[in-house]
Each structure stands twice: as C-alpha cells, then as structure tokens.
Design a protein around this ligand. Sequence first.
Ligand code: ZN
Length: 914
Amino acid sequence: MRALPREDADLPPKMAREIAKAYEPQQIEPRWAEYWVKEALFRADASAPGPVFSIVIPPPNVTGSLHIGHMLDHTEIDILTRWHRMRGFNTLYLPGTDHAGISTQRVVVRQLAEQGIDYRKLGREEFEKRVWKWKEESGGKITVQMRQIGESCDWSRERFTLSPELSRVVREVFVRLYEEGLIYRGHYLTNWCPVCQTVLSDLEVVHEERQGHLWQIKYPVVGRRQEFLVVATTRPETMLGDTAVAVHPEDERFKHLVGKKALLPLMNREIPIIADEMVDREFGTGAVKITPAHDPNDFEAGRRHNLPEIDVMTADGRMSSAAGAYAGLDRFEARKKVVEDLKALGLLEKVSEHTHAIAICERSKTIVEPRASTQWFCRMKPLAEPAIAAVEHGEILMVPENRREEYFNWMRNIRDWTLSRQLWWGHRIPAWYCDEHKHVTVAREAPAKCSVCGSSKLTQDPDVLDTWFSSGLWPFSTLGWPEKTADFEKYYPTSLLITGYDILFFWVARMIMLGLHFTGKVPFRAVYLHSLVRTSSGEKMSKSKGTGLDPVALNKQYGTDAMRFCLASMAAPGTDIVLTDDRLAGSRNFANKIWNAARFLFVNLDKFEQAGGSLEELASPAVRAKAPYSVGGSVPLVDAWIFDRLASTIETINDALANYRFHEAAQSVYQFFWGDFCDWYIEWVKPELQNADRERATAAWKNLFAVFDTALRLLHPLMPFLTEELWHQLPQPAAAKSIALEDFPEAKRNQVDPVAEKKFSLLQYVITVVRTMRTETPVDPKKKIAAELSSQDAMVRELVEANLETIQRLATLSGLRVTSDPLLGDGIFRQTADFELRIPFAEVVNPQAEVARLKKEVEGLLKAIAAKESQLENETFRSRAPEHIIRGMETTLTEQRSALQKLQERLKQLEHNT
Ligand SMILES: [Zn+2]
C-alpha cells in the first residue's frame, strides 16, 4: 500500500506496505490485540474532563475460560465502551475476575487428588498457598482471552475479588452490617450439599420434579398394644432423627394420644406425641413425624415445642453416629436398609409411587440435604426496600423492561441470605470466638482480646463468605471505596451494567442493595440484561467440539470480528440468539466485502496522484470534513445521495446504540457498507476516479475517501480489528494512533438531502428493473443490449438522460432510447409507476429457442406438480409418511405452482409477440 511516509518513529509496528489480497483475520487480529494492550490505549484518566462512561465487567470466574455467554456479554460491553470513547466520553471499562469459592476449591482439590494428596491433610494454610499458586499459574486464562478478542479494557485497573484491597472492603462491609444488626449468627435449617460440603443459599438450589416413593410407617404407641400411628415420608432414613410425632389439636381421632409417647422403630427411642396446628388433617393419615434437624417445617415445630435436634448425617451425606446401627452408611443405602428392616418388623404399612420436587445443588447436581446448622445470615428486608424504590423511581433503568416485574417479585419476597460457606478458599468470616465462653467478636483485623470477657484465647470462625458477597460490592470496591479516591469520585455510580438475565438475583439485585446501603447511590444508572445464545436444534456447529459453541475455536475459524458482528446483529432485546455456521459465514463475508472495497481504493491510489491529488490531502481530517466536494459549483447527484444515506445511517446507529438495539446498529451499517457503498457508490464513481478532468477526479477521490473513512469509524465498535487495519492503510496524519481514539460520526443535518435521495432511488430502480428483465429472459450476462425507456414525466426523462452513460454501464446496455411516446414493437416489457421499459426480441439471443425452452420447462413442472398432488392426495401415504416429509412436499408444491404461473405468463407474452 502507498501509505504516507511517516517520520514518527512511534508508528504502529505493523503497517503493511501492501494490502494483502485476501482478508485473513487470523493474520490481522493478534497484531492489533497486542498493540492495543502494549500502547495502553484504553487507560482511563480520572483527572481528564468530559462526560463519564464507566462500566465494570461482570467478573468471570478465575477458573473460567471464555464461553459463548461471555462472548456475547463482552461484545456488547465493548461495543458500547468503544462507542462512548469515540464520542468523547471519559471512558473506563474495568476488567477483573472473581475468586469463585466453590469452583476454584474444587479444581485445586481435584488436582491435588490426582497427585495423591488429600487437601485436608495439607491443612488450611498450606492449601490456601496451593490455590494462590494455582491462581498465579493457571488463573489468568480468561483475561488472556479477553485481550485476544480485543476488549478495550483498562488493564492497569484489573481487579480480583480476593486481592488484599478488595478483601479489606469485604471486612469493612461485614463489620458495618454486623454493627447495624443486619448480619447475625443463628442456628437454622439450611440447604446442605454433601458433594460441595457447604451450605447453599436458596438461589444456588434448583428444584426438579422427580419420580420417588412415599412410605407409610407404623409407629407403635407406648403402653397401648396393637395401637399405631402411621406417618408418611419420602425420606425414610430421616426417621432415625425423629424427636416427635405430631397430630392436629382438633383431630378427634388422635385426641386421646396427645401427651403419650410413641416408640420410634429401629432406634427404640420413646418420642412424644404432640399437637400442632401445622398438621394437615386431610393429608395422609393425619399424623406426621417430626425431624427438626432435617426438615424446615419440623425445624420450626421443634422450636415451638422445645424438641431436641438429632442430626443423623455427616457432612458428606453419610449417616452419623446418631443413626445407631446405620452409622457410616451412605444416605441412600441407609434408605434401602431402613425400608428393608421396617418391612421385616412388619412396620411398613404401604409404599406408593410419588412425584415430588427435589432440591438439587446447581453446581454438583447432587440432591441437597436440609440440615440444621449454625451459620451467618444477612437480613435482607431492610436492604431490599430502598433497592425496590430505586428501580421503581427510575434511578436505575432496567432493559428490557419486563424484567422489572421479576425483580420486584423476588425483592418483595426476599428471605435472609445464608452467608457462610464451609470452604477454605474465600473471604474468611471476620468473627472470633473466645475458647472459654464462645463470645463473638467481629472485627476488621484479628482482635487481641474477646470483646466481652477479655480473654486472649480466640479462634476465628473457620467458614468463608458466599462468593456473591464480594461480587455484590464490585462496582464500588473496585473503585477504591471506602476511600474517596479519584476513581470513586469520577466513575461511581457506574453508567451501565451488562449481564445475563440468569444472574439478576444472584448478582444484580445484591449489587443494588449493597451499593445503595454503603454509598448512598445506585451502583449503575442502567442495567441491560441480555439474552442467551443457543444452537439451533437442526443445525449443528459442525467444525467445533463439545457443546458446539466454543467461541475461541469459532473466532479462529471465522475471525473475532465476524463473531462480534454476528452476535450483535442478532442481539435484539428479549430474544435468545440462535448461532449457526451460516450466520457466522455471512458476517465473515461482510468483512471480506469491505476488505475488497478497500483493496480497490488502495491499489488505485496512484490514479489520484496522477490526477494531481496528494496523499497529504487525503490524510487531512480537515479535507475530509469538507466533503462532499462539488464539481463546477454543485455536488454530483451520486455524492449528494451517498452523504444523505450516510447521514441517516449515522443517525440510526447512534440512536440504536443509545437504546441497546445492537441488532439495528449492525443491520444498518451492513446495509450501508455492502449495499449503498460497495454495490452502488463505488461502482457508480469508478470512471470519475479516472476522469481526465482533474477537478472531477480529485473531487471524486476526496468524496470517496471521506465516505469510506466515516463508514470505517461507524463500523469500528462492531468490528474493531478489521477497521483498525484498514484505517491504518488509509493515509492518516502522522500522529494518528488508532481509529479507536478517533471521533464517532455524528449525523450532519446539512447533508440530509431528500431530493437527491428520491432522484437516485429512481435511477437505481431503472437499473434494477433492467437487470431483472435480463436474468428472467435470460440474456447472456455479458452481452450489451439495446433497450427503450418511456416516461410521461419530464423530470424522469431528464434524469435518465443525464445519467445515461452510467445506466448503460451498470445495466450492461449498448444503448437506452428515452422517449415520452408509448413503446411499440415486439420484445419484453416492464411497466412501473414512473416508466416503462422494453427489450426488443432482436436483442434476445433467440426468441424461438426461448419459447421452446420455456415450453419444455413448463411441461416438466406440470409433471412434477401432478405427481406430488396425487401423492399428497393418497390417504395411505399421508398416514404413513412422517409429518416433516409431508410439510416439505407441500412447501415444494407451492413453490412449483408459483414458478409455473410465472413461466406461463412469460410464455404467453413471448408467443403473443413472436
Ligand atoms: Zn469471651
């Protein structure tokens, strides 16, 4: 390529002197990804002026690698970040990762196990060291991938939820909430995962309908021979921990038994028979077993009646020593054994099939065990109220709006949040207990003495906090809160949050609650909840493995730009995205089309210089800004038209991006670049670029470059690599560093030209109609033919006359006679509202041969249609053939019928005229 000779030694490193023949994203993308990071182009400056756009990344798990959900998320974030930056905003896109308590601990535990090391034997401190080492060595995968896909983050501000700075914020928040009475320690029934070996919050549990059994068990009444109470359960092994049987106080059947005792089978323990209103008289036998340590309702009943809790299970889902003879058995083996033993004793009344909802751990997919334990909790109601109001009053805009209702529903019914997790990897709960009295001391740093009794013998709570606790603080912890840092003052509240709707409650809601509580301000002014990406069931993503949607492999295959563009073009709010190879290939073709257009410009630049133009001129933003250039005092129609189209495209794109309508922005720039610019404008002005008249040639070049440069900037947020590469190939001022730092186009009102738009559309229509007539006839595509155009409208005739040469060139005509008279003679005719067109038969290869060919085609179609019709009328066939075959045949039939109709019309016309 013929770029400007530059003196600046700080040039981008690559600067190919020749534009490559073929568009190869694999060659371009790594180079620019590296350049953007190395030059620190996207470093934010809190002291710089300008309106602010700040966004924090939804921190991906440090164990993670880029999946298709990230790809969509990060594409949308980066599009809006680049767009704002180019519009002059003081822009910060803050990257970082989440320590991901459970996932990370599991990864490292597994790795140690492979080396034959039991992590428990290592001890907590050594284990933590190993995890940090793992994090340093393998934890950066996703941030490397983020650099590879060109995200315009400020890497100098990268954060990690478990870093010393962010851990300090976590302790600060915990202590303050504790002091305000919003965090408390309590003994409650919680969800326990025997595989993850920790409690889970309600959100981490999913419910599934499963087929199970309902067992009815007879409990003998003590002191009354042959009298039993029959209870029903879906988890017979829990009976080993029963501490009562309950009946309804007004149930006449059992009134005489209340206050007496039942003998718990298998354990031979006497338990009280109590009366409680929670018992449903209509359900089952009317008597229920009470297991306070293993059922939420029983837990409450246990409190009301002061019953003991007997935890019959261990952390890993086995039966504990409290389970007597069953101790050590896996919970499901114990279930079998309990049932067998009851049967042997004649105490199993009945077994029936039973479908019920089962709680599953969303990570390990194990059945969750309700278990009573002592944990830390956060009171949510007082935090939720202001967070509801903030969304209600529009302080936070939620897009799409229909997610608001889900948010309100959840927030209005919010329950206390179980904060503790029985893990080693995470923020350790800042609570210490004195050895002697178990007094609690909550503090920011390890205390020397018990705050109650002054004892110096203290032990820290072994648990860590739910990972979502630290991510809930992310928008302000990453900016330096509680200090009033320059970053916090400048960039908080952040402008926007973009994330998947599936973590609305886990993350978004908690950020709103904690942000409002601690900073007094919303954490972000808007939240855009994007859709999910799916493969279509029919079309597999053929060339990739696993789920078929590995963005890293797909980026390699199609180019990151194609992937970004493809995702954006389908990202309509509220609809899920179906990603297919075809769509990706289409986006890649788009990039290819732009590449070829650019190649045409660059390889012909010497013609501009021959016409007396200089590259310095083209490189000057001032020169570009003066476009459109006129010729002989007026702007040529084609230029007026393309600048009008450009102005309206710019307006559409700015409007679309302001409203999170990524698909509209993508479709609009696609239509402009491919249709208007490549297919029409370049083709139209090609001869002008070589015009012997210097004024005309240089004006054409300057206009062309101005449009191309503007279109590249328009496309940049969507396809950053391709546009960066081509922009550097264009002549640019010496100090120019990156298209990403240039201005985003603003629509220029004075370039809107509806008259030019109308006139040019008419010319396009004339050419399109001739082209269609040629392909339908058909005429040899390369053969120049003569045609006639008639119009009653003098404006139409004048316009066509004035552009005759171009029309003839683009429609492959040897001549076009323009008249106001009716068109006579033989040939093919087309009538439109503004004009009529005729191609005489003399121009068509051989009208007779055409008639014969058409007749043959009609015959063939008639046969095919008849065959299909008889097959579809055949009842036996219809009843046997699969539904999709029949539907396919019906579709083909409709298509064939319409093709037949067209052929017959053309045949009639031909026969009439020959
Ligand atoms: Zn104490």
